[in-house]
Design a protein around this ligand. Sequence first.
Ligand code: NAD
Ligand code: UGA
Length: 436
Amino acid sequence: MKLSVIGAGHVGLVTAACFAEKGHEILVAEHNVERLAGLNRGEIWFYEPGLKELLHKHVAAKRVRFTSKTEEAVDFGQAIFICVHTPPDPQGRPDMTYVEAVARTIAENLKDYRLVVEKSTVPIKTAERIKRTIGRYVKGDVHFDVASNPEFLREGSAVEDTLKPDRVVCGVDSAKAESLMREVYKGFDCPIVVTSVGSSELIKHASNSFLALKITFANWLARLCEASGADVEQVVHGMGLDHRISHHFLGAGIGYGGSCFPKDVDALAHISEELGVAAPIIRVISETNKSQLERFYATIERELWVLNEKTLAIWGLAFKPNTDDLREAPALRLIDMLKKAGAKLRVHDPVAMPNTRKVHPDLYYANDPIDACNGADALIVCTEWAPYKQADLAKVKATLKVPMIFDGRNCIDRKRAGELGMTLFGIGKAPIKPGE
Ligand code: NAD
Ligand code: UGA
């Protein structure tokens, strides 16, 4: 099939490459000229494992092309996938400016029937608004449908998640829309869940909020463990063996970040309240998540006493491993707090340092994890990248001024740290202190 993708971002590019892998022909519209120029040189503006190779393969085979003209994409595909960003506004509502702009461009350039597909994450009832907008601006009597097809990929494993999804959800309100969506996903070996458009929109926000709720539950349990002497990893292991609960997304830490959980939890609370349904269970997720990082900072401050002029090493800047995305990254919030307190920071991340430098040009960017520790009064771990889990703790101890680690992701080898006589603070676990 000929398919159009609007927005060459984390979702749009992965969608384009994966649809091409399944045999479709794709035109991607991107209005950011720098990003587009990079794509035309074979460069992707963000880091996502496996994406570059897959995209190169299909660009070379002419199954994926790029354009700056969104109107060209309206003409090209039988289905047009809207993959633009929906960032939060200052009140925490999703800013629908970009989705609305695409709807108007589609309307102004619509000549024949098209299926317009929301892949961007949007609140329930957005399809109705897109439909109304296209209806208002379209010239002449052209038919179209609006479908919802939420995306469930995770950054860092986006290509694999998209090629082998747990499920594909298609919200449709006509037989023609359903048949086109089934054709798009013919090559995918997973359940295709067909629902009403509104249910599909809600499945996305509900799924993200439920995952955020699981993490938040684990973070709250971690607090209880710290107060009672229990160990959160032992507790969630015992819970997760019950298949109804599962181990997934019960990892306690310094809170979830990223471009989606924080904004989607807030967006669900807003839309729910707008529809007259109080959402205390959703509101508490985001409040607890914010205070999780504040508690971690309080532990650091309590242990190090005066932070002014102390040198601290930070491992991990991205909001999770295998990405250079800094959107809502806990490390960035922590850096702000530590800088305000006067600490000097030596930071390391395998891929997110160039992006961090743009926001914090004044930090020391280390050549490797050990270099970050050189002469530091303590090490703080914010992201559980594989090299940090496997780090040689003897070298870490030898380089730090004080052998103390604050592990915000429970990823440092506790046994080894204990053997080496290091001090280690985790999340929801008793601290390891030499001689205790
Ligand atoms: P992004 O910021 O990475 O990419 C969006 C792209 O769209 C940008 O490059 C922007 O320049 C482009 N764009 C905006 N308006 C345009 C227009 N009119 N014409 C052409 N290009 C235009 O955003 P993202 O992370 O890919 O997220 C997109 C949507 O998907 C959001 O709603 C998000 O919540 C959702 N989502 C994201 C992820 C994720 O892991 N990032 C996963 C699932 C769902
Ligand atoms: C998340 C969802 O997992 C995807 O299904 C969804 O498509 C996407 O949001 C989206 O809508 O954008 P993503 O944000 O890329 O994906 O990454 P996750 O692996 O979900 O991690 C999100 C945050 O939660 C990270 O900061 C991570 O460190 C944190 N997390 C995750 C925990 O603190 N504990 C866990 O057990 C799992």
